[in-house]
Design a protein around this ligand. Structure first.
Ligand code: CMC
Length: 396
């Protein structure tokens, strides 16, 4: 067994070569296709970033228009997919519905799939980006017992999502005066950009591993959604809001910091720490700044934001967090913004999934374009008993 490298959690293993995203965790640098996340966050529309991740270059105006048109055209769901939702109880977690319904796309799109054809693969990718907000909004509408809202061709990606979430119109009636708050659209656009990709994180690695077997791409994305759901990964944004609500007031912070440091207590400060960032998470810095703008723009004063700021300040003065290099990550402040946009807490990880779909499909495309990609098949260090003889049940 000495020939295997033991690396639980893959802390020191590069599983693939990739041209998509670069992270320098010590310097707090994140680049998509070479562009700093700060510049993309300031200047781009999420669709431009999705195009960049997928194709490697920022689009021209014409390319962006064509791309948005295509994504929009693919946002509509097959009518029979709606019946899938009816099988879910109203209180099913939206991530549970998302895993199931995205996985079910593999039953709708399979016979025409030719994975050897780059154009077929490209269509798969744009279809997934297009349909994800529609499915995501439907999980919410189902949970509150409201009729689904169709996507509209003349709305942008983020506008469409907000409209499908909150429009009072029925599927057959579109209220032409329905107001979509531009402040909410801007904030959502930013959050989607910041969450769009993060190299070989657990969910992207899951998508790659599943796809390395040649599995149906929609089933692979469903596998990625399942990996994202956990509180150590994308589920942290939901867990942060629950934690802040539980802490409640600034005077309780020391108690929770002590719990987080106590090795006999499983509690961790949610939204803190990162496998790769050991200085600061550049996405958290941008989101913290945006919280001020969004709360002001939406005219909301959220005491949880004050609490989060106080918690960060307290933790960053504590030796435990300093020594272990634990800083707020992307999920620490994102929930404050989602909350200000009236997104329910149990939808937070779904929001992450919508954005990360751009990254997942880009990695899938990159991997599928390389015919030499082997099946992902790690080994193990076996710790069980040595060979022994079978004992009949009467003699055990
Ligand atoms: N609160 C308290 N202690 C912590 C925390 C935390 N949030 N994070 C790590 N530690 C401690 C941990 O107990 C360990 O201590 P020791 O060396 O004494 O055993 C040390 O710091 C290293 O932690 P680790 O778990 O070995 O580090 P990791 O790289 O395997 O885990 C992490 C990274 C993000 C899973 C972890 O920091 C964590 O659980 N954070 C809270 C959950 C969270 O916010 N997740 C979102 C991650 S960013 C977005 C995304 O990936 O989707």
């Amino acid at each position: 067994f000495d020939c295997f490298t033991y690396d639980p959690g893959f802390t020191a293993t590069a599983s693939c070569k990739s041209n998509i995203t670069f992270i320098d965790g010590d310097a707090g640098i994140l680049l998509y296709r070479g562009y700093p996340i700060e510049q993309l966050a300031e200047h781009c529309d999420f669709m431009e970033v999705a195009f960049l991740l997928m194709y490697g270059e920022l689009p021209t105006k014409q390319e962006l228009e064509t791309f948005c048109d295509e994504i929009n055209r693919r946002s509509i769901l097959d009518e029979s997919l709606r019946s899938f939702f009816e099988g879910f109880h109203y209180d099913a977690h939206p991530m549970a519905m998302l895993v199931g319904v995205v996985g079910s796309l593999s039953a709708f799109y399979h016979s025409e799939l030719n994975m050897k054809d780059p154009e077929h693969r490209r269509i798969c990718a744009t279809r997934m980006i297009g349909k994800m907000p529609t499915i995501a909004a439907a999980t919410y509408r189902h949970s509150v017992g409201k009729p689904f809202v169709y996507p509209l061709v003349d709305l942008s990606y983020c506008e469409n999502f907000l409209n499908m979430m909150f429009s009072r119109s029925s599927p057959n009636y579109i209220d032409p005066n329905h107001y979509i708050d531009p402040c909410a659209v801007k904030a959502l656009n930013l959050l989607f950009i910041l969450h769009a990709d993060h190299e070989q994180n657990a969910s992207t690695s899951t998508v790659r591993l599943a796809a390395s077997t040649g599995a149906n791409p929609y089933a692979c994305i469903a596998a990625g959604i399942a990996a994202l759901w956990g509180p150590a990964h994308g589920g942290a944004n939901e867990a942060v809001l629950s934690m802040l609500t539980e802490i409640g007031t600034v005077d309780k912070i020391p108690e929770y910091i002590a719990k987080a440091k106590d090795k006999n207590d499983p509690f961790r400060l949610m939204g803190f720490g990162h496998r790769v960032y050991k200085n600061f998470d550049p996405r958290a810095t941008i989101i913290r700044k945006t919280c001020y703008q969004v709360l002001e723009g939406c005219n909301k004063n959220d005491p949880l934001f004050e609490l989060a700021l106080a918690l960060e300040e307290y933790a960053l003065k504590d030796d435990y967090f300093i020594e272990k290099k634990l800083y707020p990550n992307v999920d620490f402040y994102s929930g404050i913004i989602y909350k200000a946009l009236n997104i329910p807490v149990d939808m937070f990880t779904v929001m992450f999934a919508i954005a990360r779909t751009a990254g997942w499909v880009s990695h899938w495309l990159e991997m599928m374009a390389d015919p030499s990609t082997p099946i992902g098949r790690p080994r193990q260090l076996y710790q069980g008993p040595g060979q022994r003889n079978f004992v009949p049940i009467e003699s055990r």
